[in-house]
Ligand binder design. Structure first.
Ligand code: GDP
Ligand code: PGA
Ligand code: MN
Length: 610
């Protein structure tokens, strides 16, 4: 029994336009699901799907008194994070994908996909998810349809995007949408029992920039399966943005209000996965006189506004955050956000039916069910939660969500931060010399690899330009050129760029900077500097704060000695760093913008003069 064109028509809501129906029919004929269902995004639908998943074993309902309307899912150990080696950009020309992406010929990839998707949804329901990235109908927002055989994906998409009827209404009015197809790649034969986390050992996360299509096969994990997120809002959107003169960036967005003057500043920041975006977005300032409000924690879409400034929206509606390390101590706002209506993946389960992970508040329980579903005690010697365990939680529940977080036109950006995990060399904060230097700062970001991707060695230092290495949908050097072009277009209005590093360590391996809420001190300097209230010291990597301008009031144990370590820029180490960057840039050949090459030469000059 498979779904026919008539079945699709019968299942489709009245407002479903022909092109949407055609798309669903085409995929149904290929993937041969047993049933088809159009998601409307309603509460009733959430209740039904979550209950079905509890019944099938995919979800564990958490104790409603502890964590109302919330669920735990455990994935297979082979499906815990993004798989970069199986992520492909299928542009017509290999050159357009560039040296940092896996390229595959689009026709050849389609052949593979047609084979893989043939019958891939047997025995399952094909869910149709219409969604909007960004406030529904907003001028910067965009539409998509994800077809998936995973109810886990449907429920996560309901949190992460504006999903359902309203998005479909806009499609009915003729707005364009991005088609995205997903299957866990685990068809069920008649009578075959389903597993708690169906997936396939062979995975394909594929993007077709010329036709704006996304096809994802074999994985149920967030970044591989929630196709509105990294696949659409970054990889496909970055190619659209290049074509149409806007920007799709791996950035959080926050509003900082100076409570004394009432002045508002908006800051975006790009850090690689699991390097502090969610934490900075929800920061609780430790210095008086400032308030932080969250606009977004992962992705920013930015466009020039009518006044010539750069405006950003958060295309998402939820947070898909790293659980381990999150606590009332480090990120209380995230903790409060996920008190209810949330999905937890690969965290541990407490005996009273709540969630637990390494780094959460309170004493370690004597007994847990770990992320494998096994009994766990502190003696087990293994982590109870996977290091990339995640929470999916509605942004609207964040106690400090910015009142303008859904402003359709976005918020005007005052400063842009780039950062990464650097135990050595990179100082706490440095300001660009000029716009091209700002792009150079973004282009030369390197960071210690985290658990957010499965197939790269954690801890190793790797280049991650603009924190976009796994997410840029086209040639990385063309992307840098696009930044230079946007800077030229906006001129003085383009926000200044700052390099930050919360992760510098001393010789004993201790953090030199306390981080988290204390990062407000860096924001304080950045906005005072960006608005011309303080001057700075010219140095090798940029302009540094003067010690006396930087607020360290009440920072326990922090003195000039620590400051000097945090801002120590060793010419010899930077000589190596420059040589290494030059080596990295070689792969871009002629495409490397001359302005970036010049910036490397200027860095070398500053090193030589030091
Ligand atoms: P995201 O994936 O970029 O959103 O990163 P998160 O904000 O989820 O943070 C990832 C990890 O880095 C978590 O374990 C955090 O506790 C840790 N982290 C975040 N900010 C800081 C900081 O300022 N200092 C230190 N030492 N760790 C941080
Ligand atoms: P993130 O990535 O660590 O940047 O939040 C999310 C993902 O792995 O999909
Ligand atoms: Mn995050």
């Amino acid at each position: 029994m498979t779904v026919s064109a008539q079945d699709v028509r019968a299942a489709a809501p009245k407002n479903a336009p022909e092109d949407v129906i055609d798309f669903v029919v085409r995929i149904a004929e290929l993937a041969k699901p047993e049933d088809v269902y159009f998601a409307d995004g309603s509460q009733e639908e959430w209740d039904r799907l979550t209950s079905e998943m509890v019944e099938s074993g995919m979800f564990t309902r958490l104790n409603p008194e502890k964590r109302p309307n919330s669920f735990l899912a455990r994935s297979l150990p082979s499906d815990v994070a993004r798989v970069e080696s199986r992520t492909y950009i299928c542009s017509e020309k290999e050159e357009d994908a560039g040296p940092t992406n896996n390229w595959y010929d689009p026709t050849e990839m389609k052949k593979i996909l047609m084979e893989k998707f043939d019958g891939a949804m047997k025995g399952r329901t094909l869910y149709v998810i219409p969604f909007s990235m960004g406030p529904v109908g907003g001028p910067i927002s965009q539409l998509g349809i994800e077809l998936t055989d995973s109810p886990y994906v449907v429920c996560n998409m309901r949190i992460m995007t504006r999903m359902g009827t309203e998005a479909l209404d806009l499609m009915a009015k003729g707005q364009t949408w991005v088609p995205a197809v997903h299957s866990v790649g685990a068809p069920l034969e008649p009578g075959q029992e389903d597993t708690a986390w169906p997936c396939n050992d062979e995975k394909y996360i594929t993007h077709f920039p010329e036709t704006n299509e996304i096809w994802s096969y074999g994985s149920g994990y967030g970044g591989n399966a929630l196709l509105g997120k990294k696949c659409y809002a970054l990889r496909i959107a970055s190619t659209m943005a290049k074509r149409d003169g806007w920007m799709a960036e791996h950035m959080l967005i926050l509003r900082l209000t100076d409570e004394n003057t009432g002045k508002q500043y908006h800051v975006t920041a790009a850090f690689p996965s699991a390097c502090g975006k969610t934490n900075l977005a929800m920061l609780q300032p430790t210095i008086p006189g400032y308030k932080v409000e969250t606009v977004g924690d992962d992705i920013a879409w930015m466009r020039p506004g009518p006044d010539g400034r750069l405006y950003a929206i958060n295309p998402e509606a939820g947070f898909f955050g790293v659980a381990p390390g999150t606590s009332y101590d480090t990120n209380p706002m995230a903790m409060d956000t996920m008190r209810e209506n949330s999905i937890f993946t690969n965290v541990a389960l407490t005996d009273d039916g709540d969630v637990w992970w390494e780094g959460i508040d309170g004493p370690t329980p004597d007994h847990l069910i770990d992320w494998h579903g096994n009994d766990w005690t502190p003696e087990s010697g293994e982590k109870a939660a996977h290091p990339n365990a995640r929470f999916t939680t509605p942004a609207a529940q964040c106690p400090i969500i910015c009142p303008d977080w859904e402003a359709p036109q976005g918020v005007p950006i005052d400063a842009i931060l780039f950062g990464g995990r650097r135990a050595t060399n990179v100082p706490l904060v440095a300001e660009q010399y000029d716009p091209a230097h700002g792009v150079f700062i973004g282009a030369s970001v390197a960071s210690e690899v985290t658990a957010a991707a499965t197939d790269v060695t954690a801890g190793a230092l790797r280049h991650d330009p603009f924190a976009m290495l796994p997410f840029c949908g086209y040639h990385m050097a063309d992307y840098w050129q696009h930044w230079l072009d946007m800077q030229e277009e906006l001129g003085e209005n383009f926000p200044k760029v700052y390099q930050v590093n919360w992760f510098r360590k001393d010789d004993e391996g201790n953090w030199l900077w306390p981080g988290f809420g204390e990062n407000s001190r860096v924001l304080d300097w950045v906005v005072r500097r960006a608005s011309g209230q303080v001057d700075a010291i010219d140095g090798i990597t940029g302009r540094y704060p003067k010690f006396e301008d930087f607020n360290i009031d009440g920072l326990k144990g922090f003195d000039k000695e620590t400051w000097d370590k945090l801002f120590f820029v060793d010419p010899e180490a930077w000589d190596k760093e420059a040589a290494e960057t030059e080596e990295y840039f070689k792969q871009f050949g002629d495409k490397l913008p001359a302005a970036i090459k010049d910036e490397l030469a200027k860095l070398r000059e500053r090193i030589a003069e030091a």
